[in-house]
Structure formats: C-alpha cells, structure tokens
Write a protein that binds this ligand. Structure first.
Ligand SMILES: Cc1cc2nc3c(=O)[nH]c(=O)nc-3n(C[C@H](O)[C@H](O)[C@H](O)COP(=O)(O)O)c2cc1C
Length: 204
C-alpha cells in the first residue's frame, strides 16, 4: 500500500481534509499528517475538532472526525518536528496533498522557505519529483497568489482549487465535499469508490 503525506493549512475547508483522510485510510494507505497552527484553529471553527498540536491526541481526534479506524495507518507530527520522517527525501512517499492550502502556505512553499514541517515536507516532495497537490482556497485571488500558483505548477506541483461542478446534481453539502475530495484522491492515484465519473448525460 502507499504512503501519503497530508498537510493541513489554515484555509477554509476542514470537511475536505477529513474526507480525504477517510478515503486514504479506508483504501489501506499509510498517512503522515501535519497540521499548521491556523489549520488547527479552522478545524475547530468549522468542525468542532479540537487539535492541540500533540501528535497522539490529534491522531485519535482526526480518526474520530473522519469516522475511520483502518485498515490504513495514521501518523501525526507536530508542526515544528523537523526530525520527522517526512522532513527527509530519503523517506519514501507516494506523494503529498495540502488540503486545504492557505495562500500563505502556498506562497511559502513557492518560495521554498520550509519554515515549518508542512512546508518542509512539501519542499521535499518537489525536490524528489514526487506528486504534490495543493488545494488552495481564497476568494478573490490576487496577482501574487496567481503568480505563486504558476511558480508551483512550473516546479511540478498541481493546483486543485476546490471548485465543485454541479452537472452531477449534488443534493447535499456532503455531496459537494465528496466531489472535491474524490478528485484529490483520484489525482493522488488513490481509488475513491465515491468518485462519480461523468459518462455523458443520462438518457430520459
Ligand atoms: C476561520 C478562518 C478561515 C480562514 N480562511 C482562509 C482561507 O480560506 N484562505 C486563506 O488563505 N486563509 C484563510 N484564513 C487565514 C489563515 O488561517 C492565516 O493566513 C494563517 O496565517 C495561515 O497560516 P498557515 O498557512 O500556516 O496555515 C482563515 C483563518 C480562519 C481563522
């Protein structure tokens, strides 16, 4: 099974985080997660998920929020744990997704700053030429945000704005969340049973 890094920054979109996490764990993958301080704040505000930056506690809380316990494994790191496995390119992973990605984290990854473990892991993913997906959420976007996205795309990252389509007629908020999360998993190369692939309009 694969090993994936899941970064969580402080943009709106905590429901996407837990849906992607659930998809990875249900598919039996190893997940190495790192959450920024602002990411923890947004998790609380959007989902009442209380993360304290303490890996053992946060691991349990995240699995509970995602409603999953296996068969995959979740490891959570503190945001300043530069000795973590995912801080080194010699630790093999199958890719990383930052879900959601704040425009601040996006800019710092684009600049190669590595000023916390999330940014360092993203930098490692790029330098090792592994798949890096960023799900940035901001509205509207400034020229700085757009230029950073161009830089990251040139460096090999993929930008996946959480922009759901409505042609599959979502009926609930969860349907919309699922459609975004399924696309993220699909681009990571992870089988998502809940991805609805468009096969043209249904005949009446
Ligand atoms: C409830 C809430 C929602 C936020 N939504 C966004 C957002 O959608 N996009 C964004 O870039 N920043 C958003 N922010 C601001 C970021 O959290 C802030 O810029 C923070 O410094 C980002 O830190 P990080 O990149 O280390 O996670 C939000 C903050 C809060 C508290």
């Amino acid at each position: 099974m694969g090993i994936y890094v899941l970064g969580v920054a402080g943009a709106s979109g905590a429901p996407y985080t837990v849906r992607v996490l659930r998809g990875l764990i249900e598919a039996g993958h190893g997940v190495h997660a790192v959450i920024s301080d602002a990411g923890r704040r947004v998790m609380d505000l959007e989902l009442d998920v209380k993360l304290y930056g303490e890996p053992i506690h946060d691991r349990e809380e995240l699995l509970h929020a995602a409603g999953v316990s296996g068969p995959g494994e979740l490891t959570v790191y503190a945001i300043d744990d530069y000795a973590a496995a995912i801080a080194s390119g010699s630790f093999h992973t199958d890719g990383m997704a930052v879900v959601p990605c704040s425009v601040g984290t996006l800019g710092r990854i684009a600049a190669g700053l590595g000023s916390n473990l999330l940014e360092r892991a993203a930098d490692v993913t790029l330098k090792e030429r592994r798949r890096l997906l960023l799900v940035p959420r901001e509205m509207p976007l400034s020229l700085i945000h757009l230029r950073n996205m161009v830089s990251l795309t040139e460096a090999g990252a993929e930008i996946l704005p959480p922009a759901p389509g409505f042609y599959q007629r979502p009926e609930t908020v969860q349907d919309i969340v699922d459609s975004v999360a399924a696309r993220v998993l699909d681009r990571l190369g992870v089988e998502a049973s809940f991805l609805k692939r468009w096969a043209g309009p249904e005949e009446d």
